[in-house]
Design a protein around this ligand. Sequence first.
Ligand SMILES: Nc1ncnc2c1ncn2[C@@H]1O[C@H](COP(=O)(O)OP(=O)(O)OP(=O)(O)O)[C@@H](O)[C@H]1O
Ligand SMILES: [Mg+2]
Length: 482
Amino acid sequence: MAQEKERILVVDDERLVRWTLLKKFTEWGYEVREAGSAGEALDLYRREVPDVLVLDVRLPDLTGIELLRQVKSQCDTCAVIMITANPQVDDVKAALKMGAFDFIAKPFDFDELRVTVQNALETRRLRAELDTLRDEVRRKSGYHDVVASSRKMTELIEFVRKVANSEASTILIQGESGTGKDLIAKFIHYNSSRQGRPFVTINCSAIPETLMEAELFGHERGAFTDAKAMKRGLCEMADGGSLFLDEIGEMSLVLQAKLLRVLEDQTFRRIGGVKDMSVNIRVIAASNRDLEQAVREGRFREDLFYRLTIIPVFIPPLRQRRDDILPLVSFFIEHYNHKFKKALRGLSSEAGEIILKYDWPGNVRELKNAIERAMILEDDTLIRPLYLPFQVTSQSAIPSSMDAFPDARVSESRWTELPSGRLLPVLEIPARGTSLEEVERELVHLALKQTSGNQTHAAHLLDISRDALRYKMKKFGLERIS
Ligand SMILES: Nc1ncnc2c1ncn2[C@@H]1O[C@H](COP(=O)(O)OP(=O)(O)OP(=O)(O)O)[C@@H](O)[C@H]1O
Ligand SMILES: [Mg+2]
């Protein structure tokens, strides 16, 4: 098999130097491109990332060091060798710190140059190999797609890992919608000795009760009018593996009894069958409802509840583990960069603040959707607040302690309640849009007017510090309001 030639890009403003290097590198079997300026180099680089970049420290338009910085921020896989006529210690230090592989001095010692390029390529190969291996290990451990930075989540993962490797035959995962119950269920399966066997999912709320039983337990031929042939149920299919029962709170009482039997004896009967089938399955159940409440209301069997809660896993809502927010954002940005072939680098500082303040009632799913949307719309390198969903920006931008104003003799109908319980004046966004910044200015203005310019009081109304208020007054030119 013909191996593709490794590519070198030579950047130097001296034509003779380029020519010499081009000749040598070609002779040594590399494919070579050349550029006489940083601009030209960046153009070429964007079109096709070389394996090695040989870069002069002094260029007509940008310094080599600056070019190195730009190149490294775009793609980290290329090995950079700097060339210089008179190496200055500072340059050398800066370049090495920024990830340059090595320095070579002009005039060239070609043997040395050849070895340096070989070493650079070898290092690059080893690094790529290491990355692949690391990815593989992470994929195998199933850990790669669960972000857990907060203490609550790292502890949860540790616990769940233990559970996965235990003999536990039933596990109940509880948590609000979008907290990651599906994800943790898969994590448990793929981190258990059952990982080579099926992971079978059924959503108890999505299937009508009459079909559910046949889905779970299968039926014999002729068990009912439509049963033309024998059908295996999910319990059989999951044999040796895990059966994930999503939204178990929606299961009918009749089926709950049958499920309990599976959990207790690992046996069941197909519909219309006369013999017991025995299986070895682990049931992972999930619910976003309060099952205890359902038990009290007689909608959920108490014995099944106790059986399921032998090993309970509770995933806290995102607002109770805010340390996970930014790591999740980075994770989703990376995910969508890959999917949408974009190169966003993160959040603008304003967007970061807003995202951290928001309560995320839809939890991780809501955050993921918000990032997806922003990344579809955003053309800049950082996500700006402009592209965050309205409910997210509005919660953090509108001051939330209007109700603290003592003279607020207003009818309730003029206020709407925020998730935090605080009140917000009823506002509507006109179809042609508005400006968040101007709305903020108006609110600061209003607070100052209502308090006759009393800054302490106005800051209190807006639930910000006096310094923050002064800063905003200055920013919006409201310093002379009284
Ligand atoms: N810790 C996490 N790391 C990475 N992605 C996560 C994490 N938690 C949740 N997600 C992602 O958020 C989305 C919602 O998660 P999931 O479907 O598991 O939630 P759920 O609790 O099952 O929600 P529902 O109650 O609505 O079924 C998924 O795309 C999932 O991959
Ligand atoms: Mg789910």
